[in-house]
Design a binder for this molecule. Structure first.
Ligand code: SF4
Ligand code: SF4
Length: 262
């Protein structure tokens, strides 16, 4: 299974794609475009690439999490800017492997697999690919297994049927599912829900996220699984009531289009 470069989707999350204070679609596209243009004319040598990477990093936007690396060699792989990937990879350079010039080294880049590889099935990956439809949303969703699963489970609970790849051939359902998954793009900056479900605790283990309903005088939401993944709590800066309403509306649309006409 490949999650990074699929037929119609690509991801650059672990190279720092979203680690910018301004991580909306337009800002991320602008930064990828800046790097791609700058690297286009650079000689395919370690010296030239290292110098270019340094200049790009110095002129890049501020990171959201300074301790998490942002590689300036991540850019657009195609002219149309539909695919994100490594511009130092031999397939992009046309020969030399220049990944040692990035923020890690070629060996790490070649062998790293994010936790989603261990958890996602090929079918779930295909659903994320087809439902999201672009590099910005795909990377946010494919790196958050609990969120994707919570969304698919909620749709299945509403329709009484497991979501399968063939259901996405119905354009109206595909659009509705995309809207549900696009909650990931609409969260407050710095939200727990923005960057995947793995929050390390003091011992390095995963800390499950939880919405403290009692502290805000509320009953547990029927959409708790999605809301928890999205970081819909006051601590994350998101408005729980507003997000809950959005989840309900978008889920209803999924259920209605699942059974309705294409
Ligand atoms: S975050 Fe995972 S899916 Fe995305 S590029 Fe990295 S390894 Fe691939
Ligand atoms: S050099 Fe490594 S970290 Fe940088 S973009 Fe390429 S794969 Fe990602």
């Amino acid at each position: 299974m490949d999650l990074c470069q699929r037929a119609t989707a690509s991801c650059g999350a672990c190279c720092g794609l979203y680690n910018h204070r301004e991580h909306g679609r337009a800002a991320i596209r602008a930064e990828l475009g800046r790097r791609t243009r700058a690297l286009r004319g650079v000689a395919r040598t370690p010296e030239a690439f290292r110098a270019a990477a340094g200049a790009l990093a110095a002129g890049g936007p501020a990171p959201l999490f300074p301790s998490v690396r942002v590689c300036p060699l991540l850019g657009f792989l195609d002219e149309a800017g539909t695919r994100v990937g490594c511009l130092a990879h031999p397939r992009a350079t046309g020969g030399p492997d220049l990944r040692d010039c990035g923020v890690y080294d070629a060996k790490i880049c070649e062998t790293f697999f994010c936790p989603s590889f261990a958890f996602l099935t090929e079918e779930e990956a295909a659903l994320a690919e087809v439902a999201t439809g672009d590099l910005h949303l795909y990377g946010l969703v494919v790196t958050d297994v609990p969120f994707l699963r919570a969304c698919l489970a909620a749709v299945a609970a509403g329709t009484g049927a497991r979501v399968e790849r063939r259901h996405l051939e119905r354009a109206s359902f595909r659009t509705a599912l995309r809207r549900l998954l696009a909650l990931k793009e609409e969260l407050a900056p710095g939200s727990d829900g923005l960057f995947g479900a793995f929050a390390p605790g003091p011992d390095g283990g995963d800390v499950p996220r939880r919405i403290d309903y009692a502290s805000i005088g509320r009953e547990t939401s029927p959409h708790d699984a999605i809301l928890t993944c999205a970081g819909a709590d006051p601590r994350s800066g998101n408005d729980l009531d507003r997000l809950e309403g959005e989840v309900r509306r978008r889920l209803d649309a999924c259920v209605a289009s699942f059974a309705g006409p294409a």
